[in-house]
Design a protein around this ligand. Structure first.
Ligand SMILES: NC(=O)c1ccc[n+]([C@@H]2O[C@H](COP(=O)([O-])OP(=O)(O)OC[C@H]3O[C@@H](n4cnc5c(N)ncnc54)[C@H](OP(=O)(O)O)[C@@H]3O)[C@@H](O)[C@H]2O)c1
Length: 286
């Protein structure tokens, strides 16, 4: 199966509201165009980011220059219902993977993004009440309707996705993956997904900028050896993993994006990779 994402980086829109310099649609369009010029055309959304406001602002930016849409890969996610979005008497944060809810959320994302299709649609979190048959039908229906080009999951362990993958082609799993979040590195998940043709997207690949001081020192040493930055090395560490996970960058500062792009071909030696893994975990491999 060919990969649905053929770039090493994607841009996450979760923190859009944190950047006053991107407050207007024109400013956001400027960033999208600069990214596209550098070959970064995948943008990661979710219905809950800014309670829909991040998608809405992105849609306003696209409306200024609709011709840019066809150059972009737009991903969105749904199934998390925030407490204040629950209109039941229980006011509880929950997951909803019912057919009716997912179709409603995809339609709402399309309206906000001002597009008639999503490239990728992901189930945001594994719902303990998920009904695999119903879910497979709705995902296939979304693809057949043309509203969604391909589907995937997020934060799913193999035990969550294997039955679903047997019923509908899952093309991607977006998971937390970085030097600071190594669970999937050591439990065989990455090899399993690569074997099943499920591409991995790594969310928070820089751990939101919160690496331990020990890890920062190790990153600094490897960075000096490569004439690179600490962040470029941390991203190279993720990309070296099986399936070459696509790093979803969270910073919307141009300098950080541009630094990441300029080193997207940087490769670590095996020993550098293990040196960093050890510094992050606090112990050597067995
Ligand atoms: N599927 C899921 O469940 C899930 C969960 C979380 C996130 N995501 C996706 O993943 C994307 C990325 O997540 P993330 O924002 O946590 O990723 P990240 O790239 O690891 O972190 C970016 C954040 O770290 C800060 N930071 C501090 N020092 C930094 C440095 N030296 N270099 C770069 N950034 C630094 C940035 O601040 P500055 O503004 O100062 O650059 C920004 O707030 C989100 O936008 C979203 O699309 C998905």
């Amino acid at each position: 199966m060919t990969a649905v994402l053929n770039q090493p980086l994607a841009i996450g829109m979760m923190r859009l509201a944190d950047y006053p310099e991107l407050a207007t649609a024109q400013q956001l369009l400027g960033l999208v165009l600069r990214c596209a010029e550098q070959g970064v055309t995948t943008f990661d959304h979710a219905d809950i980011y800014g309670a829909g406001q991040c998608e809405a602002k992105f849609g306003e930016a696209l409306a200024i220059k609709p011709s840019v849409r066809s150059q972009l890969t737009l991903i969105s996610k749904a199934d998390i219902v925030a407490r204040d979005a629950d209109d039941s008497p229980w006011q509880v944060k929950h997951y909803n993977s019912s057919a009716e809810y997912l179709v409603q959320q995809v339609d709402a994302s399309l309206r906000r993004l001002r597009t008639d299709y999503l490239d990728g649609f992901l189930l945001h979190r594994p719902d303990p009440l998920m009904r695999v048959d119903e879910l497979a039908d709705v995902l296939q229906g979304l693809i057949a309707s043309g509203k969604v080009r391909w589907v995937g999951v997020s934060n799913f362990a193999p035990a969550h996705w294997s039955a679903l993958a047997a019923a509908v082609p899952l093309r991607c799993n977006q998971i937390e993956l970085s030097l600071a979040a190594q669970a999937a590195v050591w439990d065989g998940q990455l090899q399993h997904m690569a074997a099943k043709g499920i591409q991995v997207m790594a969310w928070s690949p820089l751990a939101g900028g919160r690496f331990s001081s020990n890890l920062k020192q190790a990153l600094q040493a490897v960075a000096e050896a490569h004439g690179a930055t600490v962040e470029q090395i941390a991203l190279a560490w993720v990309r070296a993993l099986p399936g070459a996970p696509v790093c979803v960058l969270g910073s919307l500062r141009w300098q950080r994006i541009s630094d990441a792009v300029s080193a997207s071909a940087l490769c670590l030696s095996r020993q550098e990779w293990f040196y960093l893994a050890e510094a992050a975990r606090g112990h050597a491999v067995a």
